[in-house]
Design a protein around this ligand. Sequence first.
Ligand code: FDA
Length: 396
Amino acid sequence: MQTLEPYDVVILGAGAAGLLCAATAGKRGRRVLLLDKADKIGKKILISGGGRCNFTNLHVNPAAYLSQNPHFCKSALARYTPADFLDLMRKHSLSWHEKTLGQLFCDQKAPAIVEMLWAECRDAGVHLRLNTEIQAISRATERFHLQTTQGAFQTTALVIATGGPSIPRMGATDFGIHVAKQFGLKNIPFSPALVPFTFTQTMLDGLFAGLAGVSTPVAVSCGEGYFREDMLFTHRGLSGPAMLQISSYWQKGAAVQIDLLPGRDALSWLQTLQKQRPKAELKTVLADVLPNRLAQRLCETVFPNRPLGQYGDKLLQSIAEQLHAWELTPAGTEGMRTAEVSLGGVDTRELSSKTLEARHVPGLYFIGETVDVTGWLGGYNFQWAWASGWCAGQYV
Ligand code: FDA
């Protein structure tokens, strides 16, 4: 096959990380080619945040990222911050609003973010080819050679920005890991994160019956994870931000601990009510602080329902304890089909945290979700994509 014009940089994947990397490298005068197998750029950006793109978070810090090496993300996150991305938005007259917990959404919606990134690429002279499948990658005489369905290309720097395999119906794959393996780099297998939990049919027909659609604020913990957000009952199990967040810390067989009354001392609250309203039933008083259906269900399946005056001290204490530490063991998760991101990726020990270049394969870079760095829900993952893309863009 004929070898086309050589490039300084070829970036595989025109998603969040690839687009910012391309624009950054192009502005440095590098001849950049951006390849993507999809028919349009930034598909995950377009569907993110319910179409409004939760593009960053004001509270970005390394503790909000999961990785086998929690220090790896520090350098990139410190060098390209949420404020840097906001400067870019201002330059393109885009505005934003904070929804909750530092989450920033674009007022002009997700397509405006993709248009902004593409405008940056276009102004930097980046070439783009869509609908391009990568058939083979090889390296010889310090250059990478790519065979694709759109011809052959050569480059001195090859950036893998093909993301993770969550939402496979969008064409997402673990391509990045295959490239890493080809060049002898270690990886941590991808697994679903920020994903709803599923429960056994017995649980769904019993404890959870009739609760689908009910949402309540909770504090949830599992392993090292702890989040205070909303929990949502679904037809398959549990979702909502609290459960999505904790799913990243969950391992099969483990229980999640749910505080249904965060910030309230359940025992002293129940003891006070016992004195004030001894004839009131537990399900009635619980319905004052929990969604009615959940209060009813708890009193049908978990707690014995009686007038408060009929509970002894021990039972009241045990109810209070369960309200603060309700333990549920999910059967599994909905998997990559609905996961917002994936844990795992290229082992960070193989990469420079400054440049994102493979330590033993000069010229090969990995950025974004392909790398073993996974953020919390709420704009953290895009910030990692921007930061890692920008940093690699300085060195390619
Ligand atoms: P990204 O997935 O963006 O891009 C990868 C690109 O590579 C794609 O364009 C793909 O077509 C291409 N590609 C894949 N394989 C290829 C191959 N073999 N050859 C060529 N090209 C290939 N995060 C956040 O911070 N805030 C939010 O609001 C949301 N919301 C959200 C909603 C939903 C439904 C999902 C699925 C995800 C989110 N996320 C999010 C996560 C966020 O989308 C994700 O972390 C980033 O898009 C990752 O950026 P990357 O550039 O690494 O991959």
